[in-house]
Design a protein around this ligand. Structure first.
Ligand SMILES: NC(=O)c1ccc[n+]([C@@H]2O[C@H](COP(=O)([O-])OP(=O)(O)OC[C@H]3O[C@@H](n4cnc5c(N)ncnc54)[C@H](OP(=O)(O)O)[C@@H]3O)[C@@H](O)[C@H]2O)c1
Length: 266
């Protein structure tokens, strides 16, 4: 039985992963600001932007269980709107949750995994890390930062037998869509395009995969002896990520712009 921590386990992908891993007989702790009312998941109320909260929680788990096998850094959020209209505070908060939250959680767990001489850390990135979406620039940037963090971390902790993986899901139908924070003001110069772009994003997400697809994929990953550095969820998204890798960057960015940019509406 593995001891697994899942952040952002109160809803959506994190809840589905936590439920699935617990149903498979693992000892699962779920971290989120709200309480998790699931009988197989041990709820820890903590904010990923607060390092001390995570450090204490993970230390307590380690003392009770004697080990932490797996950390799944899943907590995250989205904001939307033009870069010009985004407030410094909103951009900073998003980076605090999506990027610094992963830093806080990872920093809290590494010494405990080092004591055990092994561990696996999964960071929830997104296909948006590879295809930067207009009017979701800070979200895409935060996920690209997660990938760069994963790459560096993997080499830093390899001597301690700690493995690291960035998981990149495509669109999944969750509370993420309604929780996305929209810019307080969309100026006239962008409003029409932002509205259209956000409508496309929301439709994609609402028609997206079931979170259970992500849960099954993560379950398969946690059982592997050796995990990949990157794992994309969704067959069509695997193809998109592959094409983005081999085609010229300007061409790929142009295609993304033609789907989400509405440049002709200016
Ligand atoms: N849905 C998609 O299409 C999609 C695609 C690719 C990647 N992702 C990524 O998957 C992850 C989960 O997203 P989701 O779709 O499941 O969204 P969701 O349903 O909105 O769930 C977000 C989770 O993160 C937690 N959370 C947010 N801020 C937090 C904080 N400061 N401290 C602790 N927990 C916090 C929330 O719990 P509380 O509010 O209770 O704290 C909730 O459990 C995110 O990293 C997201 O970027 C989603």
């Amino acid at each position: 039985m593995k001891v697994i921590i899942v952040t952002g386990a109160s809803s959506g992908i994190g809840l589905s992963i936590a439920q699935h891993l617990a149903a498979k007989g693992n000892n699962v702790y779920g971290v989120s600001r709200s309480k998790i009312h699931e009988k197989n998941i041990k709820s820890i109320q903590a904010d990923v932007t607060q390092f001390e909260q995570l450090q204490k929680a993970y230390q307590d788990i380690f003392e009770v269980e004697g080990k932490i096998d797996i950390l799944i850094n899943n907590a995250g959020m989205g904001i939307s709107g033009s870069i010009e209209d985004t407030s410094y505070e909103d951009a900073q908060y998003l980076m605090n949750v999506n990027f610094m939250g992963i830093f806080n959680s990872t920093k809290a767990v590494i010494p405990l995994m080092r004591k055990s001489g092994r561990g696996k850390i999964f960071n929830m990135s997104s296909v948006a890390s590879k295809l930067s979406i207009p009017f979701q620039s800070f979200y895409s940037s935060s996920k690209a930062a997660v990938n760069a963090f994963t790459d560096a971390l993997a080499n830093e902790v390899a001597p301690f037998k700690i493995q690291v993986c960035s998981i990149m899901p495509g669109d999944i139908k969750t509370g993420f869509t309604k929780n996305r924070k929209k810019n307080a003001v969309d100026s006239e110069a962008y409003k029409k395009r932002v509205d259209k772009s956000v409508a496309v994003m929301e439709e994609d997400e609402n028609n997206g995969m079931d979170p259970e697809v992500a849960a099954r994929a993560v379950h398969r990953l946690v059982q592997r002896k050796r995990i990949p550095l990157y794992y994309t969820i969704g067959i069509q998204y695997k193809l998109i990520v592959l094409l983005a890798k081999i085609l010229p960057a300007k061409f790929v960015n142009h295609i993304v712009g033609s789907i989400y940019g509405f440049k002709k509406d200016k």
